[in-house]
Design a protein around this ligand. Sequence first.
Ligand SMILES: *[C@@H]1O[C@H](CO)[C@@H](O)[C@H](O)[C@H]1NC(C)=O
Length: 217
Amino acid sequence: MRRITVVSPILISLFVALASSQLFLPSFLKKYYPQRHTVQEPIMHLFDSAFPASNKDNPPSGQSGSVRISDVIAKDRAINIFAGFTRDIEPVSQRLEDGSQNTTVLAPLNTAITALPRKPWEDPKDYTALGEMAYDGSEGEGRAHKNLRKFVESHIIAVSPWKKSEKVETMDGRKIWWEEEDGKKMIRPDNVEVTSIANSVGNGEVWMLKEVLNPAS
Ligand SMILES: *[C@@H]1O[C@H](CO)[C@@H](O)[C@H](O)[C@H]1NC(C)=O
């Protein structure tokens, strides 16, 4: 009996810790962050690349057959959190599928997103106004989705190829450009380094960024 009284508080705190780690993200957003216990996702990815649907069902023909950003953005593991976000923001996912519109995607590395002091869909103003429960329930979900859309759209520009010093507007309406510094591409005015160009396809390019860009104010 004595042992039980010692063990049970430990069990209870373990249970609470487990439960709160699951509650930490709004449920619809949990999928963006790799969960330790999911084995399904990597298996799905393997399956995707082994059997590309476009080769089986639609043999490439002219414009509709050319590779688009939407086909390649999820392939690079280093940016797969941001790639997941783009699929859930409809105006963005439509644009990346559209072979008739060019786009440059400025995709922050996973490490840039996980290093943020808060999740990209969290806005301190929401917490001030609504408290801890700001993203609970369907209204909270709507709020998180709106913030996530702004975050994603601040990393998409409707121009490709994007030339040095050319000032362009992000999808959320902010002017940015890039310059070279010590052999590196730097996005201005934020001074964020482009670590590489992950992909260059028919309707644009995916650039990888070391840090996230600021949204329009
Ligand atoms: C779109 O991108 C393609 C591939 O880089 C390029 O050849 C074409 O000129 C671009 N179109 C426009 C309107 O910029």
